[in-house]
Design a protein around this ligand. Sequence first.
Ligand code: HEM
Length: 408
Amino acid sequence: MSRTVPIPQGLPMERDAGPFAPPRDISRLREARPVSPMVFPDGHEGWLVTGYDAVRRLMADTRFSSRQDIGILHVPYETPGMPAPTEPSPQIPGVFIAMDPPDHTRLRRRLTGAFTVKRMKQLEEHISDIAERQLDELARLAPPVDLVKEFALPVPSLVICALLGVPYADRETFQVNSAKFLEKDVSLEEKMAAYTGLTTYLAELVTRKRAAPGEDILSDLARQDDLTIEELTGAAFLLLLAGHETTANMLALGTFALLEHPEQLAELRADPDLMPGAVEELLRYLSIADIFYRYATEDIELGGEIINKGSTVVVSLLAANHDPQRFDNPDTLDIHRTARGHLSFGHGIHQCLGQQLARIEMRAGFEGLLRRFPTLELAIPAAEVKLKTDMNIYGVHALPVTWTETAR
Ligand code: HEM
């Protein structure tokens, strides 16, 4: 293995290889040294893992702790004044994505029943109805319109609100605060303000549900007396944030990617049976949730390197999903490939709880959109689409689209 690539100083983030491919420095690094030291801007050393095999092994290994509050608060070490942690972060009650066993197991177990494949299959029709109603509204508008605002964001927001029992009328509160929370270059104070805004709202909501539970996932949690209000609030925060921002970005960026690949778009329109495979490939190709942090709780060998106890480890799922050792021509979108095995939902004990829900939303969303808008196209040049390079979940800020006809 060549060792000629310099150790990265900070995380290479610039999308200099196009809107969908990993940054060039990341691809070079993966080839030269898939488990590489990196230096954070505050000067402390950590590791950057970019190779598919190494990322998969790392995510399956619980010696790499998820207790990195920067992971959940998404405050990168790049943030000036952010000290390098020297031990696992204190846990935020209920936010089990940033916990290790047994705390993680205890909380996640309460929710697995609500998100099984079987349970999600039962919801399929309801989710298709939500998508269709939103498409009805879209069809009533005079193009050009912003697909993010009118379709990609509303559909998953409506779905997660219905599931959790969060009034959709309150969406301003959680959409604005979630977006602020996911912005990269905001100060710690601003992040905390957004976090507090969201959790204050959710604490009131779960307190009401504890007093008078209804038929929804948060009420089911609230019925469990051994969970505190803080834990209910944390879990609600995690589910609401993870439940709408991710899928919304997949729907919008996925539509952009398909519009940029018109032959494959035409095939998909002609044969909706291709949809499940296309969704997996879009998940792999776009890897919208890219960067995750872990913390080594002991000295661990990974990909021929020794990661010392106490090191911060940065994982790039985008790099792993574009590893040519695992996927042929990885930077090419190919809806016919078998993208199974991609790491876009993570791997191991933290693997995405909402993945079946997300799949159903994407299948219904893309299928409906392509069927109802047979002449859908970008309303601006592709180079002018504003990419979310400034956010912790990738996507587009807006997707202006137009059409000349609609169908049922
Ligand atoms: C965890 C991606 C949709 C809820 C994760 C992880 C990834 C991910 C990569 C692993 C994080 C880690 O290992 O630290 C995605 C993508 C989505 C999506 C790409 C959409 C396309 C959803 C939805 C929900 C959801 C719709 C709704 C409930 C969660 C939760 C976790 C999680 C609760 C934490 C699981 C744990 O720590 O055990 N997601 N997600 N996600 N996701 Fe998703």
